[in-house]
Design a protein around this ligand. Structure first.
Ligand code: CA2
Length: 144
């Protein structure tokens, strides 16, 4: 069984430690556990990186080995054509995920490059939304 990749971009390693009014108090380690428990027997590859290069390389790894990608690209959402180009090479389902509702925030957070490839976009459900994203990803893979 191919794994589902859950990829997290810059600063999300600080989740649960700063700005709890926007991002909540759940840590990234707790998010990983939530993803694993929701996925059940389906294997998960879970990463966070502050590096655009590393994030692109992880998408390349998913192109070769992954069944689906759930990605919270954080700030790279709004800046990275390299990430968009890498995601365009991936043939399985892609869910773009944001903890906060990016559309409720300043205009610089409204234009996502990643959305041009994502099959679904989720925003504003908080950290527990990763479980919702995982359930939807399992359904999307099963429906293919
Ligand atoms: O809501 C999200 O998940 C975001 O992708 C998070 C990004 C932000 O640039 C996006 O607009 C929305 C920022 C991540 C910052 O991470 C922090 C984590 C904990 C505390 C403070 C910042």
């Amino acid at each position: 069984m191919k794994p589902i990749y859950v990829l997290n971009g810059p600063n999300l390693n600080r989740l649960g430690k700063r700005e709890p009014t926007i991002y909540g108090t759940t840590t990234l380690a707790e998010v990983e556990e939530l993803c694993r428990s929701t996925a059940g027997d389906t294997p998960i590859v879970f990463h966070q990186t502050n590096s655009e290069e590393k994030l692109v390389e992880l998408v390349h790894e998913a192109i070769d080995e992954g069944a689906g990608i759930i990605i919270n690209p954080a700030a790279f959402t709004f800046t990275s054509l390299a990430l968009l180009d890498a995601l365009k090479m991936f043939e399985g389902p892609v869910i773009e995920f944001h903890i906060s509702n990016i559309h409720k925030r300043e205009p610089i957070y409204h234009r996502s490059y990643v959305s041009m490839r994502a099959d679904a976009v989720m925003a504003g459900l908080g950290a527990r939304g990763y479980a919702t994203a995982m359930r939807s990803m399992l359904e999307m893979i099963a429906a293919r």
